[in-house]
Write a new protein. Structure first.
Length: 209
């Protein structure tokens, strides 16, 4: 088996929990599920449709502020951005537009317009989406292609640490979560693309191109 994050070949079976087998890469320390255990596209979309991503919800805005607050301090006026994997309710894009930024949106299920691939962006946000990537390496390569030089990619996803009880970890229990990143994984993602990784918190990282 090949690691879908870094293409490493030193992959081993990490845990079998119920009917789902989890694998780990010794090179990047990322974890991922056996592709055979994935939900069908219809099942996956139905679960995403249940997400309450209401931009008017103060609690959800507070949640997104973990990425939003440090990001806007780094952006210049009139910066152009992309909210990648925005889900059915692109709340973060709305918050950024309120600050005067131009923001495009993309989501494979809800906003599948791929015209973003012909553009270039000063910043890209990816909140609670990277853990859903079936092929993370390809996804990050696509983002690299549309991220301008010195641009910022902000990713929000819960990072795995070896002190966590993986079997009981709530983040693992979501069946749409198929890949899990450690700090080492994030550093490998950055190194592969000559980015710089800046860890903001236990679930936010900024990559600078």
């Amino acid at each position: 088996m090949i690691c879908p994050i870094c293409s490493g070949t030193n992959v081993f079976s990490f845990q079998l929990i119920g009917s789902i087998e989890y694998f780990r890469c010794k090179a990047c320390l990322g974890l991922f599920t056996d592709p055979k255990s994935r939900l069908s596209p219809q099942e996956e979309k139905e679960r995403y449709s249940l997400h309450n991503n209401d931009v008017e919800d103060p609690e959800y805005r507070k949640f997104l502020s973990k990425l939003y607050d440090p990001l806007i301090k780094k952006l210049k006026k009139k910066s152009r951005g992309l909210d990648y994997g925005c889900g059915p309710g692109p709340a973060l894009a709305s918050m950024l537009r309120e600050e005067g930024f131009s923001v495009d949106i993309y989501d494979p299920y809800f906003f599948p317009d791929e015209s973003y691939r012909d553009k270039e962006y000063d910043f890209i946000t990816c909140t609670e989406a990277a853990e859903h990537f079936y092929e993370p390496q390809k996804e990050f390569n696509k983002l690299d292609q549309v991220l301008a030089d010195k641009g910022i990619l902000g990713v929000m996803t819960n990072f795995y640490e070896d002190t966590i009880n993986f079997e009981e970890w709530y983040y693992r229990k979501d069946p749409t979560h198929v890949v899990f990143y450690t700090v080492k994984t994030l550093q490998c993602i950055a190194e592969e693309r000559s980015w710089k990784a800046d860890i903001q918190s236990k679930n936010v990282v900024f990559f600078k191109k």
